[in-house]
Design a protein around this ligand. Sequence first.
Ligand code: ADP
Length: 497
Amino acid sequence: MPDNLKKLAQKALKAGRIVDLPKDHFINGRFLSSQSGEEMESIDPGTGKAFHSFAKGAKADVDLAVAAARNALKGPWIQISPAERSRILWRASQLILQNIDRLAVAETLDSGKPVNESVGDTRGAARAFEYYAGAADKLQGDVFPLPAGYHGYSLHEPIGVTAHIIPWNFPISTTARGVAPALAAGCTIVAKPAEQTPLTALMLADILRQAGLPDGVFNVVTGTGAEAGAPLVAHPDIDHVTFTGSVSTGITVAKSAADNVTRLLLELGGKSPVTVLADCDLEAALQGVMGAIFENAGQICSASSRLVIERSIHAEFMEKLVQRTEALSIGHGLTDPNIGPVNSAEQQDKIVAYLQDAKARGLDILTGGHALKDPDIGTGWFVAPTIIDNLKPDDRICQEEIFGPVLAVQVVDDFDEAVAVANDTAFGLVAGIYTGSMSKAHRYARDIDAGQVYINEYFAGGIEVPFGGNKSSGYGREKGLEALKSYSKLKSVAAKI
Ligand code: ADP
């Protein structure tokens, strides 16, 4: 850890908080408390203790934020040239980097994740603003080849006011990956961060203001899904909703958005496989599988929660994997362990219920399988990194999203069976493969029903690579130039001249 970050992390760990965190909604360019005056608490998952309180929003706050965004759309924002939009986004990326230590420590206190992962996420957020800064002034249309006497062309117009419902597992990076392309496309925004992790969205609002974003273009309303999220999605002045979260909430959101024919991008859960074939680079595969399931304590939509492995290397691979898993350090996110706490007591309970069920059914748990406390301070919501071997494809451990550090292992006899097993869930977010055969790798990429495929490095790629789900994992694509399509609407113009 760099010195400055280390100092700030240690200070925050000792004090149990950091000073000067935002606590109010950000509406029309300023921080504003809830109309009701109500607040709720932020809890540090590493200690289980409250460290901050923030505004508990409801419909009245959502109405103010949507009105501000609607005014800004037709007011100051449309007057600003695409080139100036680029500069604002670029300045935001620089300001995020200048504030990276504070953002990362706040993110870790709020979410529990190891502070180095928070640094990586914050860097990713800066990169999203940098990437879309380069795109804002390049959204050009086409000319249609009509017969003589006609002229036809297309315009890419901003969709309007977009709502972004953010999950708790990647607060700053999910906010940035939605907000940056929406701003590049000329939209105005109301974001609703998860009630467990509201801080970095509010800090980002302040950064965007410093970067020169006009009042009302980016608004944040904090609070629960039921009280603040639901009225935002149902608001008739919202033109598009980007939702990242669970399948069941996604379905509720889709039904609500349908009432106003509001456009929707859904990034839901996953049960993503990583397939390891006998001809792979074993060391690369071991490293890849460890990161794919244990990063952020497995609380990643695109985590690889299933290992599909060829029988001939199964025993050797599992022995090494278990050894490495048992060597992982566990602790408060601010001490930068390999594995931090899971985000909440509810999340811990949900994961542990799966593990108890697995035990009761006599499944082959190679390591882990239980809850933990911080080994140094005896607090917090931790789950031991867990590997369950030799599972049948229809086992619920292979079919349901657990959203924790739990790896389900499925043993197969050949490549064709690996593809069939990899595809055999209701989800279709991501699939990875480790193999020395480029031919098998690309056959796998062709035959997998998922939004993205990683070859020989799980989580390869960055903001340039479009991301989204198939099947129950959702629809629409974020990241890359594809995301810009989500935030603009095409107008065709045809004229007789
Ligand atoms: P989890 O159950 O793991 O907390 P959710 O999918 O429910 O995940 O939450 C993701 C985001 O959706 C959070 O910001 C949450 O507040 C929000 N949310 C929850 N319920 C609703 C709802 N009915 N309408 C809009 N947003 C919601």
